[in-house]
Design a protein around this ligand. Structure first.
Ligand code: NAD
Length: 297
């Protein structure tokens, strides 16, 4: 299948590579030259622009940071027309970025008016899952559009859930990430408390992993350096899932909570903690660096 892949960052890069390795004809594009160069070195074709990437593509996948990037790309900005004007009728668009459900719905409506299928398909599983092709996809959109997308999603992920209509994938994703943000702070606090009492963070992590406090951070993504060799904590908190991206997701969760009059006190507190962590200069580091907020010294 001829696929345009736009957004080749920490997640999009390995996802595009998995489609390439599966034998699809991928035309990739990113505004960042280093991101393009990394994929070009793996043999993936790089397009000169997003518009060039979508020429002749049967499916388009986007993996961009936030709502405004997705809206500007597809619908245009500053008087310039968006990518939708260049997409052929019948094309399938899969947006895997984590963005506001309302933005997914706005873009989907414009796409539908042009005879283009659109699904929101945000992911969970981190960069490790993106590299291994074991991501979880949370899909919002028509069942028929999901079935068109399924063979591609299966090359990048291990679990595919149909959450509901367009935007439902995004709602599921922000519920998940609100929980992830909270549990990373809680895990960090527990490790820091143990260390303040002289416990070895590796030993304590293993005890909690096998006990009732066990969670995803303790399984695969320990915030303390050296516990998990491949976790960002062991690589100077480089790569992974940026603090500012977590802050964005917790903001989306709070906006949603306000709109639906939901009570999310820990989600609100977690957002404040990541905001302070970002302001202290850690916005570009992996979100597990939030342990620095609670660790002595
Ligand atoms: P990233 O910042 O590493 O990559 C985003 C890429 O998009 C960058 O390379 C940037 O240059 C590119 N980009 C921005 N605007 C563009 C445009 N108009 N055209 C082409 N390229 C453009 O971010 P990431 O970590 O890959 O995350 C991407 C999305 O996935 C975010 O919405 C994030 O919340 C979500 N997500 C990330 C993770 C993770 O662990 N990193 C996990 C699940 C979901």
């Amino acid at each position: 299948m001829k696929i345009a892949f736009i957004g080749l960052g920490n997640m999009g890069g390995p996802m595009a590579l998995n489609l390439h390795k599966a034998g699809h004809e991928v035309q990739a594009f990113d505004l960042s030259k280093p991101a393009c160069d990394k994929l070009a070195a793996e043999g993936v074709a790089i397009a000169a622009s997003a518009t060039a990437a979508v020429q002749g593509a049967e499916a388009i996948i986007t993996m961009l940071p936030a709502s405004h990037h997705v809206e500007a790309l597809f619908l245009g900005s500053n008087g310039q027309s968006g990518l939708l004007a260049h997409i052929a009728k019948g094309t399938l668009v899969i947006d895997s970025s984590t963005i506001a459900a309302a933005t997914s719905q706005k873009v989907a409506q414009a796409a539908q008016a042009q005879g283009v299928d659109f699904i929101d398909a945000p992911v969970s599983g981190g960069t490790g899952g993106a590299i291994a092709g074991t991501l979880t996809f949370m899909v919002g959109g028509a069942a028929a559009a999901l079935e068109r997308a399924r063979p591609l999603l299966e090359k990048m992920g291990a679990s595919i859930f149909h959450a509901g209509a367009v935007g439902a994938g995004q709602t599921a994703k922000i519920c998940n990430n609100m929980l992830l943000g909270i549990l990373m702070v809680g895990t960090s606090e527990a490790i820091a408390l143990g260390m303040a009492n002289g416990l070895d963070p590796k030993v304590l992590s293993e005890i909690m992993r096998r006990s009732s406090g066990g969670n995803w951070a303790l399984e695969k993504y320990n915030p303390f350096p050296g516990v998990h060799e491949n976790a960002p904590a062991s690589k100077g908190y480089a790569g992974g899932f940026g603090t500012d991206l977590m802050l964005k997701d917790l903001g989306l969760a709070q906006e949603n909570a306000i709109a639906t009059k939901s009570s999310t006190p820990l989600g609100g507190l977690a957002r404040a903690i990541y905001a302070a962590h970002s302001m202290a200069g850690h916005g570009g580091e992996d979100f597990s660096s939030v342990i620095k907020m609670v660790q002595k010294g």
